[in-house]
Design a protein around this ligand. Structure first.
Ligand SMILES: [Fe+2]
Length: 365
């Protein structure tokens, strides 16, 4: 059900709204308070597609000019930060910082900040463990931001539920709903640019005796709206066979979108309860991953950054949301693995510098 929290696009509708200001296809609507039903006057900013970007509800009119100034300022920023626009005009670090200051919760701009950190750090490989997009939109921006890695063939992205599951039912306006087929097609186009298979599990050599296995866990359950996953047994056996055939691998890494390791309620509190998010055959996967001899298993999905070492098994490394941070409270970071002579030298958190200094407002979109 956590799937429901994001991917929602609020369409401008509802009674009582009157257009008040319009410019370049953007507009501000006003809805005045009406008796006991509506106690507040309301203002909303709407883009060219009819999507609401911000709503203000106020009692009395003294703050109206400040609200209009804020909504117009937001329009100026959002019209420059649509994913297609940013992909075609990728901002430099200075411009990214300026945009962040004006709109700290803007996911597209926050991604630009992540891309600049990666470009600066310049790792040999970038591996993204899924949920690159909110609802299958924005691959162009990912490709533009991570272009230096993509061009060198050093970018590996695996799909997450947000990328390939159908839009949850009754959540978005009909016009914005996407089927699994459409989202899979978008993903296949993107994966093709990276030189990766469009679907399924595979093994990818990273060079110098390091092998990466991707287990495709994006197989939805029959429960509508569930974000859970499953690794199909025949794919598990397929990877097992591929690993047996490749003698050269001295270090085996695995990645999949859904977390395999158990979450301990102790210390995590309510954050550990995340219904509809699990890997449905996690126990079986744990046994297989151990038998296959993986040193590190990387996942994503829950926006929780933690490492979990099994005494006689792999290190489970779970990525936070690199753009929005960790549900456990940490600022945005990515995991950096230092590998030398096909063995793990160190694992540490690499912060996203530009995002360490910005705070989002409560309820920011
Ligand atoms: Fe996910």
């Amino acid at each position: 059900m956590t799937n429901f929290k994001t991917g929602r696009r609020r369409v401008a509708k509802g009674p009582g709204w009157v257009p008040f200001w319009e410019d370049g296809g953007w507009r501000i609507d006003v809805r005045l308070a009406a008796g006991r039903i509506r106690l507040h006057d309301a203002f909303r900013l709407i883009d060219r597609e009819g999507l609401v970007h911000r709503i203000y509800k106020v009692k009395g009119l003294p703050s109206v000019s400040a609200i209009f100034d804020d909504l117009r300022r937001l329009r100026d920023i959002r019209s420059l930060t649509h994913c297609d626009y940013l992909a075609a005009h990728f901002p430099d670090e200075g411009e990214t910082a300026r945009l962040l200051q004006g709109d700290p919760g803007n996911g597209n701009v926050r991604f630009c900040a992540v891309a600049h950190t990666l470009r600066r750090d310049n790792p040999d490989w970038v591996i993204v463990t899924g949920d690159l997009t909110d609802d299958g939109l924005g691959y162009e921006l990912v490709a533009a931001g991570l272009a230096p890695f993509l061009e060198r063939g050093r970018l590996i992205c695996i799909p997450g539920n947000h990328d390939v599951y159908p839009t949850p039912p009754f959540w978005n306006d009909k016009h914005f709903m996407k089927s699994a087929r459409e989202k899979r097609r978008r993903w296949a186009d993107f994966a093709g640019r990276l030189g990766l298979p469009a679907s399924g599990s595979y093994v990818y050599p990273l060079g110098q005796g390091v092998l990466l296995a991707h287990f495709d866990s994006c197989h939805p359950s029959t429960v509508p709206g569930s974000a859970s996953g499953l690794v199909r047994i025949h794919e598990l056996n397929h990877i097992d066979q591929l690993l047996k055939n490749s003698q050269a691998a001295s270090l085996k890494l695995a990645c999949l979108h859904h977390p395999v390791s158990p979450l301990r309620v102790k210390g995590l509190g309510l954050a550990a309860f995340h219904p509809g998010m699990r890997l449905r055959n996690a126990k079986r996967m744990q046994e297989h991953l151990k038998k296959m001899g993986f040193a590190v298993v990387m996942d994503g999905h829950r926006h929780m950054g933690y490492q979990y070492q099994v005494s006689t098994g792999p290190m489970y490394l779970s990525a936070p949301s690199t753009t929005y941070g960790c549900r456990l409270g940490a600022k945005p970071f990515y995991w950096r693995l230092n590998v030398r002579q096909a063995s793990i030298q160190s694992i540490h958190k690499a912060p996203i510098g530009l995002l360490a200094r910005v705070e989002t407002r409560a309820g920011e979109e």
